[in-house]
Design a protein around this ligand. Sequence first.
Ligand code: GDP
Ligand code: MN
Length: 393
Amino acid sequence: MNIHEYQAKQIFAKYGVPTPRGIIANTPAQAMTNAQELGGKIWVVKAQIHAGGRGLGGGVKLARSIEEVKTLASEILGMTLVTHQTGPQGKLVQKVYIEEGADIADELYLGIVLDRAKEMPVIMASTQGGMEIEKVAHESPEKIVKVAVDPAIGFQSFHGRELVFGLGITDPAEQKKFISFASKLYKLYMENDAEMIEINPLIKTGSGEFLALDGKMGFDDSALGRHPDIEDMRDISEEDRDEREASQYGLSYISLDGEIGCMVNGAGLAMGTMDTINYMGGTPANFLDVGGSANAQTVAKGFEIILKNPNVKAIFVNIFGGIVRCDRIANGILEATKLVNVHVPVIVRLDGTNAPEAAEILRNANIPNVIAATDLADGAAKAVRAAKGEKII
Ligand code: GDP
Ligand code: MN
């Protein structure tokens, strides 16, 4: 689960990680009141969406008067912000964060991510703040300092020294401040079961203070049960509607950008199915694991969700019946064709428990666009050909 910048900054503040002062607003009038309350001469109006690159997309603007705060807030609120992370459809801005302007002397980068290979959180820091870290990693990887912290010993002063030396921070007072910043960030990362934190930019002000100017945080969904305060920060409107609907029916659905809708039981087989589709020259439109308790209703729901995606040109149903019985899936397919308009070819491979009964059900139903496949390779190949518009018999 991801949260908004203003929420990440609330967590930062709780742990003593310095951030500029700011107040969230839903309306331009509120934005103006917030700016008055904050005081000062310069404010930043920041669109709150779950995506980076807001600055370049026009979602972060500097205001030099209270009136300008109001004008900018009314422009940004309600806009569909398109950034390199939102995709071309963009994201609707429903909240703006009004922040006091900061005096930026230097822009740095500081993040923590879980490194699955090392099985440890890794602190990443760079002098190239304000730039996308993926770009820095690609163009000048030597400018990223990585320090893995073994959770068994926690953040120690040698980790801090590695960071400041790596960044070339030489002033002892600044070193101390930066190490304290990183140490608090590590503490809040661990205590809240975060998966990633990114502060880009982390700035050094004219007076040598370090401030988190931006803040992105993602959390381990499986750990949310022990963090009700974090769970409360969930913004459903930022999440993929189809993925949420699917999860309500016990389906794991992830939308992708290809053309072949996939309905599979088991995450491993679903991954294998997508690989096979790619191998055969096609592209999967989604990942969908119908799980072990799939029945006619959930299969019908799966079809409905897959078909909402206008890019889908064919559907490949690949079920290996262990606990799931193939005849139930076959009935689900029949039910789906009654409930939703299945207007694309459906390639069906059903193997395992009750496969002969399933084949019988489908044969008797005799639906023209439902095509049987003998195995995974045959099914994937037929789905790829069907998606290209070939007639499959
Ligand atoms: P992102 O584009 O989504 O990563 O949003 P950021 O929070 O990083 O803001 C984008 C850029 O706006 C930053 O890299 C800064 O250069 C600039 N910015 C943000 N806040 C301030 C501020 O208080 N003062 C000034 N001068 N620039 C700011
Ligand atoms: Mn940023």
